[in-house]
Design a protein around this ligand. Structure first.
Ligand SMILES: C[S@@+](CC[C@H](N)C(=O)[O-])C[C@H]1O[C@@H](n2cnc3c(N)ncnc32)[C@H](O)[C@@H]1O
Length: 260
């Protein structure tokens, strides 16, 4: 089954990165991409995934929309888009960013993605039965608190609570993904109680244990120009050397194929 529009006649000219280690020199700040939301991802992530795993006109769903990075890429790449977030302020921001846009094939709403009734209602309201790609970029537990809402996954400081809630979002989201299509989870590890808590590996394991899926890729990505996380030469290098830990520079893009 063809699941993208890539022209393999010119495969040598492709800018689609198929390496499991992806290092981006800097963030794409073109168009609507403003980098105003702490905890957003670089536009190159949705751009690459959308072009690799969907065809023009197909629908991308995000249960953790954030500041609209994926929506703006769907607009650029002519894909339909559904996005939910629990944070009304960021919904308002994304709505205002789209006000002057001619692109209308999208729907965004304040919605707790753990609440199946609300998720269903939103899909019904748009007459959408299925999507062709799901992109999930959950909070990395409580390292950035997005809202005070108890249903916000960034309120979870306990790994078991986080995994239970993330599993509910996966159930609610993957039910709308067509069989044999793909989804990706973008996630980073966290540091808690003086040790690394490998959140990415927990998420990967939870998905493999609970859903009939094939794991297609564990991509490690880093942005070289990410000053907030830059290690070399900065004060964080001194702090790490003065202690016993390593500085997180990477995140994971876990790619799965749904087989149910
Ligand atoms: C890591 S951010 C996503 C950032 C996004 N990829 C971007 O580029 O801006 C995670 C988002 O999940 C939202 N969120 C947390 N719990 C949620 C829930 N239960 N339902 C819907 N959204 C939720 C937060 O408000 C936050 O905006």
């Amino acid at each position: 089954m063809k699941f993208n529009d890539l022209d393999l006649k010119n495969w040598k000219d492709t800018d689609i990165c198929v390496d499991s280690l992806q290092i981006y020199p800097n963030r794409d700040k073109s168009g609507k991409h403003k980098n105003i939301y702490h905890g957003n991802f670089i536009p190159q992530i949705p751009n690459q995934l959308i072009r690799r795993y969907t065809k023009s006109g197909e629908c991308v769903f995000e249960p953790f929309m954030g500041s609209g990075t994926t929506l703006f890429e769907c607009e650029n790449l002519n894909r339909k888009y559904m996005g939910f977030d629990i944070n009304q302020n960021i919904i308002n921001y994304v709505k205002s960013s789209m006000q002057s846009s001619k692109f209308s094939d999208y729907f965004i709403a304040k919605c707790n993605s753990m609440d199946l009734d609300s998720v269903n209602q939103n899909f019904i309201s748009q007459d959408i039965n299925s999507v062709q790609f799901v992109l999930m970029h959950p909070p990395y537990m409580d390292i950035v608190k997005f809202t005070d809402d108890q249903n916000d996954l960034s309120q979870c400081s306990d790994i078991n609570e986080f995994m239970a809630k993330f599993k509910i979002v996966c159930v609610n989201s993957l039910k709308f993904l067509d069989k044999n299509r793909y989804f990706a989870v973008v996630i980073g590890d966290v540091y808690k109680n003086s040790e690394v808590l490998p959140l990415g590996f927990y998420c990967m394991d939870m998905i493999k244990q609970n859903f009939k899926v094939k794991l297609k890729g564990i991509v490690v990505k880093n942005i070289e120009g990410n000053r907030g996380k830059l290690g070399s030469g900065g004060i964080w290098t001194y702090r790490a050397l003065n202690s016993d830990y390593y500085i997180f520079k990477h995140e994971y893009i876990l790619v799965f194929k749904k087989e149910f």
